[in-house]
Design a protein around this ligand. Structure first.
Ligand SMILES: *[C@@H]1O[C@H](CO)[C@@H](O)[C@H](O)[C@H]1NC(C)=O
Length: 301
């Protein structure tokens, strides 16, 4: 823990002072955002602790990962644990109730599936902190969140490089909204303590890339996004679009209904862990026009 009690107390001042200022954001306070961040950190912390309890260094070695890699994953686990205790202390110092860990279902069966999920979680973490930045009122909290974001992004690059994926596939990372991140996180959450204060977030219907025969997805490829468990129908059979999320604004492509989901063509300009939502309009992506997603697609250059 590198933040002194004095620094945490300072955050507390920032929080009280900042919360009521801007009317538009009255619904989301800095305490909400910290609890949202803590929700994700609990998920990551539990994930690494479970994984390291499930798999020994020998298991990693058998899967082709050396002792240095294993000890770096232990370090990642310690980082996530420290993020949990930091956010918990900051919330307590601000007089807010920190959320507690939920129970999760990660579906991990071996070292490769553990690392594939780790990579996805780190990428989502980066996009979550990035997307929340503009909603944080207190500059002190913003700096603290930024200092977590940069570390999550190093975790992401390190794991990606070791999975033989591009460590920094594009010049900008994509910001995700609270609802988009929660939609992804809720796929891993089984149940949460009833004492956890509800967050001002909702999950969109699930959207996932259909299993493919091709080894990698590139621009120009046609893919199917599945809407498991439900059928999405546009009003009056209007066109549904797939929106690929980027900091510079989404790229829309038509999404054509097929059995169990939608078929679409990957646009140019995306690489690495990419997020796509289904929308009912192509003017912009908002929580109101999002029909499902995000789905995560790993795109190769
Ligand atoms: C740990 O193992 C259990 C039981 O096989 C599995 O359900 C869980 O997803 C695993 N978690 C991680 C993070 O490896």
């Amino acid at each position: 823990m590198f933040f002194s009690q004095a620094a945490i107390a300072l955050f507390a001042v920032g929080l009280t002072a900042a919360a009521p200022v801007v009317e538009k954001r009255a619904a989301i306070t800095d305490a909400d955002i910290l609890n949202y961040a803590l929700t994700l950190e609990h998920l990551e912390d539990t994930f690494y602790r479970q994984g390291l309890a499930n798999f020994t260094q020998a298991d990693f070695a058998k899967a082709g990962y050396d002792a240095t890699f294993y000890s770096n994953i232990q370090k990642v686990s310690t980082d996530e644990k420290t993020h949990v205790s930091f956010l918990t202390s900051a919330l307590k110092a601000a007089g807010a109730a920190p959320v507690e860990a939920c129970t999760y279902s990660f579906g991990v069966t071996d070292v490769p599936s553990f690392l594939a999920t780790a990579s996805i979680l780190e990428g989502v973490g980066v996009s979550a902190y990035l997307g929340a930045a503009a909603d944080i009122m207190s500059k002190t909290y913003l700096t603290a969140a930024g200092s977590i974001l940069t570390v999550e992004s190093r975790h992401s690059s390190y794991i990606r490089a070791n999975l033989k994926e591009a460590p920094f596939p594009q010049p900008f990372d994509a910001p995700l909204t609270l609802d988009e991140v929660y939609s992804l996180a809720s796929g891993f959450i089984t149940s949460c303590p009833s004492s956890n204060a509800p967050l001002p977030v909702k999950a969109f219907p699930k959207l996932q890339l259909a299993p493919m025969t091709a080894k990698s997805v590139t621009a120009g490829a046609t893919v199917t996004l599945l809407t498991p468990g439900y059928t999405l129908k546009a009003e009056n059979d209007a066109q549904i679009y797939a929106a690929f999320i980027a900091v510079t604004g989404p790229t829309f492509v038509p999404a054509e209904p097929v059995n169990g989901g939608f078929s679409l063509t990957i646009p140019k300009g995306f690489a690495g862990q990419t997020y796509v939502v289904l929308t009912t309009c192509k003017e912009g992506v908002s929580d109101e026009t999002t029909a499902a997603g995000p789905a995560i697609i790993e795109i190769s250059a």
